[in-house]
Design a protein around this ligand. Structure first.
Ligand code: IPE
Ligand code: IPE
Ligand code: MG
Length: 248
């Protein structure tokens, strides 16, 4: 267990500079387990414990939305026992943590093709979402059975379905696509973090991440702590976001 959990140094950021929405590709659980001769699912279990630390840190630093890439549309390619292991861990985590998140005014939300998930997991997700729906603190978004390409496709198809039904949905514009994404009210991620040294996004927030700032760390997800999130935020604050414009 890391010492920082017990002796946290004060880390404060100017609230106006902190990224409102931080997205994280929590990668490296399998390698963490392999390094210890453990089954991959043990890496996922260890990784689920880090979620706690990172949520607490995000809250402390003033992040309003924390989205965690939990299971990608492409992760169905993995062995069945690993997939079931991940779903079991997510369900366990939700059952254990919903009350704590609720007590801290946090809100659970989910993004992805949720209807394809097993019913027992879906029940736990609905329970977590409903129970925390009226809270106004940090929003913890689990992207599960999520893929950016699939989300864009689903958004376009939702729009087309409205038109086919004769609804006055208007032309297919950028705003229409964004408005039909899984969580239309959640702002685009300002900062996207990936752990484990892989330099790619693997289908995470493709539409919303068009102008996100990227931060990569070689550390594996189960080794991540409060200080790593602080480093990512520091790096973000030092950058200038130009959105195609010239230097201000
Ligand atoms: C990320 O860790 C968690 C999920 C994809 C569910 P990995 O399982 O991808 O870990 P590595 O990349 O094999 O180390
Ligand atoms: C991305 O990690 C998905 C999640 C972290 C949930 P992967 O490990 O699945 O991505 P690739 O296969 O290395 O691109
Ligand atoms: Mg991986």
């Amino acid at each position: 267990m890391s010492e920082e959990k017990f002796s946290p140094d004060a880390i404060t950021f100017d609230p106006s500079q902190v990224p409102k929405h931080v997205g994280v590709v929590m990668d490296g659980n399998g390698r963490w387990a392999a390094q210890r001769g453990l089954p991959r699912v043990m890496g996922h279990y260890e990784g689920s414990k880090v979620v706690d630390t990172v949520v607490r840190a995000a809250k402390e630093f003033g992040v309003s939305y924390l989205s965690l890439y939990t299971f990608s549309s492409e992760n169905w390619k993995r062995p069945r026992n690993e997939i079931l292991g991940i779903f079991g861990i997510v369900k366990h985590m939700l059952k254990k943590k919903t009350e704590t998140i609720h007590a801290e005014n946090g809100r659970f939300r989910f993004a992805g093709r949720l209807h394809e998930l097993p019913p027992d997991l879906l029940d736990a997700m609905h329970e977590a979402e409903e129970h925390t729906a009226r809270n106004t603190g940090i929003q913890l978004i689990l992207c599960i059975n999520y893929g950016g390409r699939q989300e864009i496709l689903d958004a376009v198809n939702s729009h087309l379905a409205k038109l086919a039904k004769g609804e006055n949905a208007g032309p297919l514009t950028e705003e229409a696509i964004r408005g039909n994404c899984y969580l239309p009210d959640v702002p685009d991620p300002d900062l996207l973090v990936r752990t484990s040294g892989e330099l790619r996004m693997s289908n995470f927030w493709l539409w919303q991440g068009a102008y996100s700032e990227y931060y990569f760390t070689p550390k594996l997800w189960p080794d991540i702590g409060r200080a790593d999130l602080a480093d990512a935020i520091k790096s973000y604050i030092e950058r200038e976001r130009r959105y195609g414009n010239v230097r201000a």
